[in-house]
Design a protein. Structure first.
Lengths: 101, 199
C-alpha cells in the first residue's frame, strides 16, 4: 500500500501531522484549564472524557492512518469497540443488580 | 522464492489487502485495548464503590503529568515523521526522528521516575489507598509499554536498520508497525492523564 509515495503526497501528510500536533497540545491545555474551574464531579468527568475522546480520535485517525485503512481492520476494531463498551458497562450492570438486591 | 521465505511481508495479501505484519499489529492492539479496558473497568468499580475518592490533583503532580503529556504527544509526531521521511527516501532524517522519539520516551520515563520517587519519599505506596493502588497499576503497566517501545525503536535505530539497504519496503513496514504501537501507547496516556490526575 505504501510502496509509492510522491514527494507532494508525503508533504501533505506532514502538514496534517503538524496541524494535529498543535490541536493535541491545545486540547491538553484546555483539559487542564477546565479541571481548575472546579466544576461539579459529573460535568468534569463528561468534559474531560469528551476532550480525551477527541484527542484519541485525532491520534488514531491521522497518526495511525485509520482515516484510510482496509475494511478488515475496521471490522476488527468495530468488534473491539463493542467488547470494550461491554467491559465499561459491566460494572454498571453489577451496580444495578446490587441496588436491586 | 525459497521454501523458507515468509510471504506478504511487504506485498499485501489479495484477500485482506494488508501485509501480515499490519494485520498482526492491529490484532495485538485490539488485545491491548481489552487489557487496559479491564483496568479502566476496575477503576470504575473501585471509584463507584469507594465512600470517598480523592481528587487526583490533591495527591498527584499535575504540572509534571502535563509535561509528560506534551512529551508523549511530541514523541508520536517524531515517530510518524520517522515513517514519513522513509516514505520519501530520506534515511538520515528518518534516523534523526527515530532517535528523537527514543530520547522523548526516556524523557517521559525520567519524569515518571521523579513522580514515583516523590510519592515513595512521602510514603505514598500502592498499599496506602485504593486510589494509589490503581494509580500505580495503570501508570506502571503504561510505563512498561513505554519501555517496550524504547526497546523496539532502539533495535530499529541500531542493528535493525541494516534492512533498509537490502529490503527497504519491508523495513518501512516495520517502522510503520512500530509506529502504530507507539501511537497506541500515546493514546492510552491521553485517557490515563485526565482519569487519574484531573478527575
Amino acid at each position: 500500500m505504501h510502496q509509492e509515495h510522491s514527494a507532494e503526497e508525503v508533504q501533505k501528510h506532514v502538514r496534517t501531522y503538524l496541524v494535529v500536533f498543535v490541536m493535541l497540545l491545545a486540547l491538553t491545555f484546555v483539559t487542564v484549564a477546565i479541571s481548575r474551574l472546579h466544576l461539579g464531579v459529573f460535568q468534569s468527568i463528561v468534559l474531560a472524557l469528551i476532550i480525551a475522546c477527541i484527542k484519541g480520535s485525532l491520534v488514531a485517525l491521522f497518526f495511525m492512518h485509520l482515516i484510510s485503512e482496509k475494511k478488515l481492520i475496521y471490522g476488527a476494531l468495530a468488534l473491539t469497540v463493542a467488547f470494550f463498551i461491554g467491559l465499561m458497562f459491566l460494572p454498571v450492570g453489577q451496580m444495578i443488580t446490587a441496588v436491586a438486591l | 522464492m525459497s521454501a523458507l521465505e515468509i510471504p506478504y511481508v511487504y506485498t499485501p495479501r489479495e484477500d485482506t489487502g494488508l501485509t501480515n505484519a499490519k494485520l498482526g499489529i492491529w490484532l495485538f492492539l485490539a488485545s491491548e485495548v481489552m487489557l487496559f479496558g479491564a483496568l479502566f473497568s476496575t477503576y470504575i468499580v473501585l471509584r463507584v464503590g469507594a465512600p470517598v475518592w480523592p481528587r487526583g490533583a490533591s495527591i498527584l503532580n499535575v504540572p509534571l503529568a502535563t509535561l509528560n503529556t506534551v512529551i508523549l504527544i511530541s514523541s508520536s509526531v517524531t515517530m510518524v515523521m520517522a515513517w514519513a521521511e522513509l516514505a520519501r527516501g530520506q534515511f538520515k532524517r528518518h534516523k534523526l526522528y527515530l532517535a528523537l522519539t527514543i530520547l522523548l520516551s526516556f524523557g517521559f520515563l525520567i519524569v515518571k521516575y521523579v513522580e514515583y520517587s516523590t510519592k515513595f519519599h512521602h510514603h505514598l505506596f500502592p498499599s496506602k489507598s485504593t486510589f494509589l493502588a490503581i494509580y500505580f497499576t495503570l501508570t506502571g503497566l503504561h510505563g512498561l509499554h513505554v519501555l517496550g517501545g524504547i526497546v523496539v525503536n532502539t533495535y530499529f535505530l541500531g542493528p535493525g536498520a541494516k534492512m533498509w539497504k537490502t529490503e527497504p519496503q519491508r523495513f518501512m513496514g516495520r517502522i510503520e508497525v512500530a509506529g502504530l504501537y507507539w501511537h497506541f501507547v500515546d493514546l492510552v496516556w491521553i485517557f490515563l492523564f485526565p482519569v487519574l490526575y484531573l478527575l
